[in-house]
Design a protein around this ligand. Structure first.
Ligand SMILES: *Cc1c(COP(=O)(O)O)cnc(C)c1O
Length: 427
């Protein structure tokens, strides 16, 4: 717990002028729907990220800057890193949580730059859509472009399909890979990959292969057990189901990944660049995690405060009989998602891009509609901002409705019932 006693006089003054940094420490109060700020055009934002933020998160953002090495900031950053571990379900003290200025895409560079040997590593990449292909391109163009290294892409047959586990097992048995990379939820298709199933195969068939997962559209809304499933590197972003503003890349490394990054940096086999180098960041983050402060590059103090508030709201969340926190949060996202998808398929007779429920993500619904452009326009007129399709093969055929964070978890806000009401008329 935070006390002012241990702080220097300067920090005390800083702390007083920065109300937020004390406010985040008291547990977040339940927000009233009317206090959640709307978009300037009055519409409710229901795209698959960025998402509508809670009132608490919005107010955390609006505070005065504090010194990035002050005790007040150090305390907030320490709390945020600890909460991030819990949301990733990496509950121990091993490995390392990472928070960097940047968006989710920075995770591509952190992965490629720190965990891939540029001359020799073979990477197996599972593709379930647009975002997996972006990760493929990042690795292929920047981190495995030299002879000896390569990325092998194992893709779903059609847009909306997943990669079958049998194909993963076959690929891992046929060749040896130092890394396997995948996207838990490909936000372009709303397909949910069975990461637990893939991880089980990797541990059995190819135990030395590091497991990396894009959890940008999964952290905070999907079942994700970093320690239990034996994931080595998971990266995410602040603006999706975490419920903070855009601007932060969030990640979690296993102990094995920390060691691999250090080994490759030392031997000069990785190409971490300068800013995205874990060798530079990990000592700084370790200092913050243990309550101190250190400097490599200035952390965005307001975004970290907003992240701390957003993660705190996830860990405080209660729903039904589920254990309070991330488990309750994931269960509520699942129920909201199932309700939206049933409404689309049963009441409206529409078809999901991902085919059936057990293949489908829980933070968004990607659904075929007869006239996507017209539907989006009508939804906007009714006060709801939803998104269009982005998968190249089916781009003009579907829409995407985001249901993450407070929109999915706080029924009193009425976002989902209101959106579905408008959707009935707009399709
Ligand atoms: C949004 C998203 C990204 C990209 O994140 P940015 O924050 O826009 O850089 C990557 N992967 C997935 C699965 C996403 O949903």
């Amino acid at each position: 717990m935070y006390t002012t006693r241990s702080l220097s006089r300067t920090s005390q003054i800083l702390q007083r002028t920065s109300l937020h940094f004390t406010r985040t420490l008291s547990s977040s109060s339940p927000m009233s729907p009317s206090k959640v700020p709307r978009l300037s055009d009055g519409s409710t934002l229901l795209i698959p990220g960025p998402i509508t933020m809670s009132a608490g998160v919005v107010s955390a953002l609006g505070e005065q800057s504090v010194s990035h090495t002050s005790a007040a900031f150090a305390s907030v950053f320490r709390d945020a890193l600890g909460k991030l571990r819990r949301v990733f379900r990496a509950d121990g003290t091993r490995g390392a949580p990472v928070v960097l200025s940047g968006s989710g895409t920075l995770g591509f560079d952190v992965l490629g730059g720190n965990l891939v040997r540029r001359e020799s590593d073979k990477v197996l990449l599972l593709s379930t859509g647009f975002f997996s292909d972006e990760l493929h391109d990042a690795l292929a163009q920047c981190y495995t472009a030299r002879p000896g290294a390569q990325v092998t892409r194992l893709a779903a047959k059609r847009a909306g399909d997943t990669v079958p586990l049998a194909a993963v097992e076959e690929a891992l048995s046929r060749d040896s890979y130092s890394l396997i990379a995948m996207t838990q939820v490909d936000t372009s298709t709303g397909v949910l990959l069975d990461v637990e199933g893939v991880a089980e195969i990797v541990h059995r068939v190819s135990p030395d292969t590091l497991i990396a997962v894009d959890t940008v559209c999964a952290l905070g809304c999907e079942e994700l057990r970093f320690d239990e499933w034996g994931i080595d590197f998971a990266f995410s972003a602040s603006q999706k189901a975490v419920g903070a503003p855009p601007g932060l890349c969030l990640a979690m490394l296993s102990e094995r990944a920390v060691e691999r990054a250090a080994e490759l940096a030392e031997s000069g086999e990785s190409q971490g660049g300068y800013y995205a180098s874990l060798a530079r960041w990990l000592p700084v983050l370790r200092a913050f995690e243990s309550g101190g402060a250190a400097y490599f590059a200035t952390p965005p103090v307001q975004l970290v405060a907003a992240l701390d508030t957003a993660l705190g709201e996830i860990l405080d969340y209660s729903y039904g009989d589920y254990p309070r926190g991330i488990e309750a949060r994931v269960a509520k996202h699942r129920d909201t998602s199932d309700a939206v998808k049933r409404h689309c398929t049963e009441a409206l007779g529409l078809k999901l891009v991902s085919g059936q429920l057990d293949n489908s993500a829980h933070g968004l619904t990607a659904v075929y509609v007869p006239q996507p452009g017209e539907t989006i326009k009508r939804m906007h007129e009714e006060g709801y901002t939803i998104a269009g399709g982005i998968h190249k093969d089916i781009k003009g055929e579907y829409v995407r409705i985001g249901h993450m964070g407070v929109s999915a978890c706080d029924d009193e806000m009425g976002h989902i019932t209101g959106c579905l009401g408008a959707f009935d008329a707009a399709v």
